[in-house]
Design a protein around this ligand. Structure first.
Ligand SMILES: NC(=O)c1ccc[n+]([C@@H]2O[C@H](COP(=O)([O-])OP(=O)(O)OC[C@H]3O[C@@H](n4cnc5c(N)ncnc54)[C@H](OP(=O)(O)O)[C@@H]3O)[C@@H](O)[C@H]2O)c1
Length: 378
């Protein structure tokens, strides 16, 4: 039986163990991919020690964690019509049930929020990308243009892992109609996804107002992207004052879209987070609030304001397949730059092997927030 190396989570009270595990066969609807580079989420250590639950139920164990990767197709199922062994691919981690796409999980990461979704993770799509090989649904694989990405643009595998992060804000921005001639507030804009959202919204041609409490990180955004299409606002927590500051940053006008990236801590004990209240209050008539953060409890917003101003409040989990295809074009065409320096704002904080998982998890936790990314190359 063929085997490969993987990081296996056997219990929440012991570290990942590096083991040889059976390599699965590519059955209809799937491919086996050799993992080349996968990013480690900052809170991975907390998830693997049972200190954060990313779902309504805990992860089934044993499990190979790891969410999304860049890899090379090893074998394809008999019904693959386009993908070929050897092809460089982005493995997109959102697994949607084929008989009910509302049931979705993140492979190797989250068993989802719909009770029936967990079944996907218990069997067929249990194991993620912290391994030399991963089995993926065919529809989750996106062929990458190697000549452009690695050749013309000079990127490396580690840089391509940022595709996963950029795809998430793109999903919500496209759904909310963000594009040339629109204005969008990203808040908080200083975290991993908020910072990525700024890069994506600018690449889409929007006027971007990056808001948050972290002055130094907002200044870094201005240093990176300039102030032609980007303005920053340091939020004080006073809703009326912040609402005016946001509009001022948009030339005195209310803006079209607010994309929210509040982590769960923002609403702890506060049903009306000031950040959300001020960003919604500064929306124009018919404006859209795209809620993409991680608040677990309930928040309260002004019913009257939403009704009288015809506001649209939308939630968005991840993105759609066509969003990923658009993202790849934005990157290949040079609208959205990967790599360090002027570009996406992403820097590689460290690259590790599977045998160095403990170090990778520690550095990922240390580098939480916008900018630093930790990559494992199995
Ligand atoms: N919709 C989806 O599909 C999707 C996908 C991925 C992630 N998410 C969610 O997105 C959320 C953000 O993730 P992330 O990785 O970007 O988090 P992160 O890197 O930890 O960033 C957190 C951000 O929130 C800010 N913040 C923290 N506490 C705050 C407070 N009390 N008031 C104002 N700002 C505060 C931080 O600002 P400072 O710089 O000031 O600390 C930072 O900008 C997570 O909760 C996650 O669950 C959703």
């Amino acid at each position: 039986m063929a085997t490969h190396k993987a990081a296996v989570l056997r219990s929440f009270s012991s570290p990942l163990s590096i083991e040889m595990v059976p390599t699965l066969e590519a059955v209809p609807g799937s491919a086996i991919v050799r993992v080349l580079a996968t990013a480690v989420v900052p809170y991975a250590r907390k998830v693997y020690s049972g200190n954060i639950a990313l779902t309504s139920s805990s992860l089934p164990l044993p499990l190979v964690p790891g969410v999304g990767c860049i890899g090379r197709v090893a074998t394809v199922g008999p019904d693959a019509t386009s993908l070929q062994p050897g092809q460089l691919v982005f493995c997109e981690p959102t697994i949607r049930s084929r008989d009910n796409p509302a049931n979705q999980i993140l492979i190797g990461h989250s068993a989802g929020f719909a009770p029936d979704a967990k079944k996907l993770m218990e069997g067929e799509w249990r194991n993620g990308t912290l391994a030399e090989m991963v089995k993926m649904p065919l529809e989750n694989l996106f062929a990458l243009n190697e000549d452009v990405l690695l050749g013309k643009l000079g990127l490396e595998m580690k840089h391509l892992t940022y595709i996963q992060v950029l795809a998430v804000p793109l999903g919500g921005l496209l759904e909310a109609g963000v594009g040339p001639g629109t204005s969008v507030v990203i808040a908080p804009a200083t975290g991993k996804f908020g910072g990525a959202a700024v890069a994506v919204a600018l690449a889409l041609g929007a006027r971007v107002i990056a808001a948050g409490r972290n002055t130094a990180a907002l200044e870094k955004l201005t240093a990176l992207y300039g102030n032609t299409m980007l303005a920053t606002v340091v939020l004080s927590g006073d809703v009326a004052e912040d609402t005016e500051k946001l509009k001022e940053a948009n030339g005195g006008s209310p803006f079209d879209v607010f994309q929210d990236w509040c982590p769960m801590t923002v609403a702890a004990g506060d049903p009306t987070p000031s950040l959300i209240a001020s960003c919604i209050a500064a929306l124009r008539h018919e404006g859209t609030a795209s809620l993409m953060g991680g608040i677990r409890g309930d928040i309260s917003i002004s019913y009257s304001m939403v009704m009288h101003r015809n506001l649209k409040i939308r939630g968005k989990f991840m993105y759609e397949r066509e969003d990923v295809l658009k993202l790849l074009k934005l990157i290949e065409h040079g609208n959205l730059k990967l790599g360090g320096g002027v570009g996406s704002g992403m820097d590689i904080a460290g690259v590790f092997s599977l045998d160095e998982m403990d170090e990778a998890l520690l550095l990922a936790a240390e580098k939480k927030g916008w900018g630093g990314s930790v990559v494992v190359c199995p």
